[in-house]
Design a binder for this molecule. Structure first.
Ligand code: ZN
Length: 313
């Protein structure tokens, strides 16, 4: 596959925006719409988890291919079509430089290329995608493979910010890139703060917190000081919701009216949730979301009460 070919689907995030929604008209509110959020297809984790060797395992990912295919089929059947499909990171399990990374990436790209071409893909970088401690090289590799690691875009008057949460986790090996990211984020939040948008929404792989702002630090959240600083900045800019993955379980909570939404995985489950996707409806007043198992979504589609919200004006 040539880079140009890949460019059609996977390099739409360029120049810190998404070319699918570059029109000036997207800055205006035109009524309710919805999108689909997924997280952690993470090709290879199920085998690695089963064998208890998460650093070296992951030499098979057939099950994850089938789950990702099921997710794409469920999305393609939806009517009306979602505005976009955002994948909140950990696209593949193999870390940069590890065995199977290339194969996992190619298999995921093959599946994602079957997403209806009218439904733009929005790809968020996770720790497995750029490494727990990213470097300029791992970030450049992500950009070559999937497009920009952070960017913003407008859809129907709503400002969406895609962050690279590894900068918030450990930027010790890429301080200059983190600085650029932070400057960019300040600027984006200023735009949001001026209330030029109907809503502002953030996508990032690692959740700020899993349940409450004051919870203890662990592998699955950002450290207390970083999380508080970010959450306050978001709240002050009027950000309504942050959507994340990383936890492989559904979770979340609110902080000063900020809705922290943690969605379980398309791939490996670490709790009792089903493999699934989240449907997110954006109305003039609110952002309403519900997690569906892949089976439910493909068999029954989106429930009427959510569909009814799309008719309101
Ligand atoms: Zn992760």
């Amino acid at each position: 596959m040539s880079a140009a070919e890949a460019g059609d689907v996977f390099h739409r995030a360029r120049g810190r925006t998404l070319d699918a929604f570059s029109s000036e008209k997207e800055r205006e509110w035109k009524g309710p719409f919805y999108f689909i959020q997924g997280a952690d297809p993470q090709f290879g984790l199920m085998k690695a988890w089963a064998t208890g060797d998460c650093d070296n395992g992951g030499d098979e990912w057939e099950q994850e291919i089938r789950l990702a295919e099921q997710a794409v089929q469920a999305i393609n059947k939806l009517n009306p079509k979602p505005k976009f499909f955002v994948l909140c990171g950990d696209l593949v399990h193999a870390m940069p430089g590890r065995p199977w990374r290339k194969e996992q990436t190619e298999d995921l790209q093959r599946v994602l290329r079957t997403v209806d071409s009218d439904i733009p893909l929005v790809l968020v970088s996770g720790n497995h995608d750029v490494g727990n401690v990213p470097t300029p090289e791992t970030i450049a590799e992500f950009q070559r493979t999937w497009g920009d690691d952070y960017f913003s875009f407008w859809v129907g008057g709503v400002l969406f910010l895609v962050l690279n949460s590894q900068f918030l986790y450990d930027a010790s090996r890429c301080p200059a890139l983190k600085q650029e990211h932070d400057r960019w984020l300040e600027q984006q939040l200023r735009t949001a703060g001026q209330r030029a948008c109907r809503h502002a929404v953030v996508f990032q792989h690692i959740p700020l917190f899993l349940q409450t702002i004051g919870e203890d630090d662990d592998y699955f959240n950002l450290t207390k000081s970083v999380r508080k600083e970010m959450a306050d900045k978001f709240v002050e800019a009027g950000v309504k919701a942050v959507f994340s993955g990383h936890y492989h379980r559904n979770a979340g909570g609110t902080y000063r009216n900020l809705d922290m939404v943690v969605s379980s995985a398309i791939g490996c489950q670490l709790g009792k949730d089903a493999h699934g996707l989240r449907v997110v409806v954006v109305t003039a007043e609110k952002i309403i979301h519900r997690y569906y198992s892949l089976d439910e979504l493909s068999e029954k589609g989106i429930e009427d009460d959510l569909m009814d919200l799309l008719k309101e004006n």
